[in-house]
Each structure stands twice: as C-alpha cells, then as structure tokens.
Design a protein around this ligand. Structure first.
Ligand SMILES: [Zn+2]
Length: 250
C-alpha cells in the first residue's frame, strides 16, 4: 500500500513553513537524471531542492519532508496560476516534484504512474483537491521558465492521480465492528475513504450507522484521517459522528 520512497535529503531547505501548509503541487522537469539531481540538491552551492524526484522508471527519491520548505518555486514572474497567493513565497505552500529527463522527452508510463500515485498520497495527506487549480506546472508561477514544458500532459497526470486516490489498497483497515450516530448530514462514499470518491447516499443527522471497521490513513478532513467502513465497503468520515476517533469512546 505504501509507495516505496528512498530518502536522500538536502541541506537546501527550511524547517517548517512559517505557518503555511501544502495547498498545491508544483510539477517540474529536471533537465537531467535522477542521479545528477541527487548531487545537485546535495550541495549548498546549488541553493535549490524539491520535496521529491521521480525517475523515468518510477523510482522516487525524497529530499525534503512535506512539513518543511523546499526551494523549487520561490520566484514569481507573470504567474498564470489562479490560486497563487499574492506576496507569499510559493515554496511556503507548495510541494515540489521533479521528474527525470528533458523537457522534450516523452514521459514513460512508469513515470506518469509513480507521479500520479505520489500526488494522490500528498493530496490525501493535506486535503488538496486533485484538479488543475492545485496541480500546476512550474512555469505557471515563474513565466520566464518553460519547466516542465509541453511534453507532459498535466490533465492526464491529474486523471491518473484522481484514480489512484480512490484505489482501496492504498488505505489500511482495522476490523472492529460497532455503531455510531451522525452529528450532521454525512456523505457515504463509494469504496474509498476520501472526498474524491463518489457519494453513494447522504445519511441524515442523528442517524445510526453500523461499521465493520475503520481506516486511519484516509483523506485528512480538519486534521482527522479516520473513516469508518460499512458492510458494503463504503466509507464515512468519523469526524462527523459520535465517535470522531475510532476505538475511543467519548
Ligand atoms: Zn521547475
């Protein structure tokens, strides 16, 4: 279920995000290999980094923790990105992902797949909508760059990430049955613990819902990633029930 990621690290980062949190993912192209990127990010001389780098065969390297600031999109020039925050360094509220190769080379399926799975994980962790307003190319922030170029199909990448986000085997499961009461009207989602999954039905407030167990790494809503699973394999967010933290009776 967990994506294999190799930790590499870099001296080019800041601890924390000055009070901001990840709100979007910035897609980059390395104009080089994963190995050359490892060494480029490894030297203070370069003064650049990203959170992740992905090889053409799908291997993923990590340089900076998502809670920390990487140096990948700090300059703004004629931005086209609608959700940009005026006057705030984009590094503070984005996760940067580099991709191996040059701007002219087609992306292999393995790189699309790995990138889509990683984007799905990042977006699930930080409640980031998987859409074009939140998955952006570097040049949409810094118009003097061509990165990541035209060859990458961002719409395809987003479609793959959306599909990956609702793939059930990404999520853990703790089998323990019980019953909770809804505090508000609550959407029951088909097959996956995330708001990216379609709504099967909506339970009214103060409704009794049976569950067969729960997941603790679903989409984090208001900081709570717990979702109950019903006997049909559908999910509802625990935060809107009488037992927001599964296993703890309050
Ligand atoms: Zn870039």
């Amino acid at each position: 279920m967990t994506l294999p990621i190799t930790w590499i690290g870099t001296p080019n980062r800041h601890k924390g995000r000055e009070g901001f949190r990840p709100e979007a993912v910035v897609v980059h192209i390395m104009e080089g290999t994963l190995a050359s990127t490892d060494s480029w990010f490894g030297t203070t001389e370069s003064r650049v980094s990203a959170h992740y780098g992905i090889a053409r065969d799908g291997r993923i390297h990590q340089y900076v923790g998502e809670s920390d600031t990487a140096f990948h999109a700090g300059r703004v020039w004629k931005p086209k990105w609608r959700s940009i925050r005026p006057g705030v360094n984009p590094n503070l509220y984005t996760v940067g992902i580099e991709h191996e190769g040059s701007g002219e080379s087609e992306w292999p399926d393995a790189m699309y797949t790995a990138s889509a799975k990683l984007i799905a994980e990042v977006c699930t962790r930080w409640s980031i909508p998987i859409d074009r307003a939140h998955i952006v190319g570097h040049r949409e922030i810094y118009g003097r760059k061509t990165c990541p170029n035209d060859v990458v199909d961002l719409d395809r990448l987003i479609a793959l990430a959306k599909a990956a986000a609702v793939t059930p085997d990404r999520f853990n499961f703790i089998p323990q049955a019980g019953t909770v009461r809804t505090r508000t009207a609550l959407h029951i989602r088909r097959g996956a613990p995330t708001t990216a999954a379609p709504v099967v039905r909506t339970a009214p407030p103060n409704d009794k819902l049976d569950y067969v167990g729960w997941c603790s790494n679903g989409m984090s809503v208001n900081g709570n990633p717990h979702w109950y699973r019903d006997e049909d394999g559908n999910y509802f967010w625990s935060g809107a029930t009488s037992r927001p933290t599964p296993g703890i009776v309050d």
